[in-house]
Write a protein that binds this ligand. Structure first.
Ligand code: 3EB
Length: 338
């Protein structure tokens, strides 16, 4: 086939040149991974992972993995340029942006003020850099359920997050909020942003989190259950999904029953996503890397066994010890799907 003169080319289908993202769990050297100019971000997990790297694309999440964890690697279609300034680490490439910020709670004056500062600065960076649309935000919060009633740290985080946004986001992104126990009292937020808005998805089995009733705190959590990016080459971004039906926690203390409920929620979410994008596979597969957050370390063997019943072996999964933001919830799953 001869190559037509560029001027005679028909308008390109939207998928050409559209942002792409590949997410993999990889066992390799960190320096080796970062040598790839198309890597947007690399995550290490727990005390066994390097605490930091000069390269702004590396971030350690302080959650203990189940055994020796691989790195989670995000790759894009295009050269990535990374930067660290004013305490925000960022990487831009292939039409996407990764960013991470850590805010020390003590000088900030507590978790609410730290969350407000983190989200205010996140919004500022996005506005300055033309990435108007956060697709997903991950939030890691020390001692997330400490404090009673409205003083609980997660509820205060929700208050601060909303204040920091100052109404600047037309719609909520997908999100994860998980507790760690590293004692640092440093709020860690990172995000994936695009230039185009995506489609927020809600789960018909669950009350939208941003409509949770007052009993869960003064500020309903600002997130959507999943976000379908505009580019069909980007995966569905699934928020942290726990055993919440309606707005209630189900099966308090019963790990197996909570697990089944989480998978009913995920199945329901996939149905909604497939109604929007019929090309999405009906079941999780090799391109659906999932993170499984488990409250109690001693539950890990049971979680491994439970996962084997719900997922075929080729679905990549990473088990991390982390606390769901309601004390009675033992497990939460988030991830990507395409
Ligand atoms: C829930 O369904 C579980 O505050 O950003 C999941 C995902 C949860 C994200 C957040 C909270 C958040 O309410 C908790």
């Amino acid at each position: 086939m001869s190559t037509p003169h560029p001027a005679s080319l028909p308008p390109q289908p939207a998928v050409l040149g559209a942002a792409r993202l590949r997410v993999d769990y990889v066992r390799a050297s960190l320096d080796g991974l970062l040598a790839d100019g198309r890597v947007l971000a690399v995550f290490g997990f727990g005390a066994g992972a390097p605490a930091r790297h000069d390269d702004p694309r590396y971030l350690r999440v302080n959650l203990q993995p189940d055994g020796a964890a691989p790195f989670e690697v995000w790759r894009v279609d295009g050269q990535v340029s990374a930067d660290r300034r004013g305490g925000i680490a960022t990487a831009v490439g292939g039409g996407l942006a990764f960013g991470a910020i850590e805010v020390d709670e003590a000088p900030a004056g507590g978790i609410a003020v730290a969350a407000e500062a983190a989200y205010d600065r996140l919004c500022g960076w996005l506005a300055d850099n033309g990435f108007g649309h956060v697709q997903k935000a991950w939030n890691y919060i020390d001692a997330i359920t400490e404090g009673d009633g409205d003083a609980e740290r997660y509820r205060q985080f929700c208050v601060g997050r909303e204040r920091g946004l100052r109404g600047r986001w037309p719609r909520y992104p997908a999100a994860t909020a998980i507790g760690c126990h590293d004692g640092r009292r440093v709020l860690q937020v990172y995000w994936l942003a695009a230039r185009e808005p995506g489609t927020p998805l809600e789960n018909p089995r669950q009350v939208s989190a941003f409509r949770y009733p007052r009993q869960y705190g003064p500020q309903p959590p600002g997130f959507t259950r999943a976000l379908l990016p505009a580019s069909p080459a980007l995966p569905l971004l699934i928020s942290g999904t726990a055993a919440v039906v309606g707005h209630a926690s189900m099966h308090a203390g019963d790990l197996a029953a909570q697990f089944d409920e989480v998978f009913r929620n995920l199945d329901s979410l996939l149905l909604v996503a497939r109604a929007e994008r019929p090309g999405l596979p009906a079941a999780f597969g090799a391109d659906s890397p999932l993170r499984v957050y488990v409250r109690r370390q001693e539950d890990l063997p049971a979680v491994r066994a439970r996962l084997a019943r719900h997922l075929p072996d080729h679905v990549p999964r990473l088990l991390l010890v982390g606390e769901v933001c309601r004390r009675e919830l033992l497990v939460e799953i988030d991830g990507f799907h395409r």
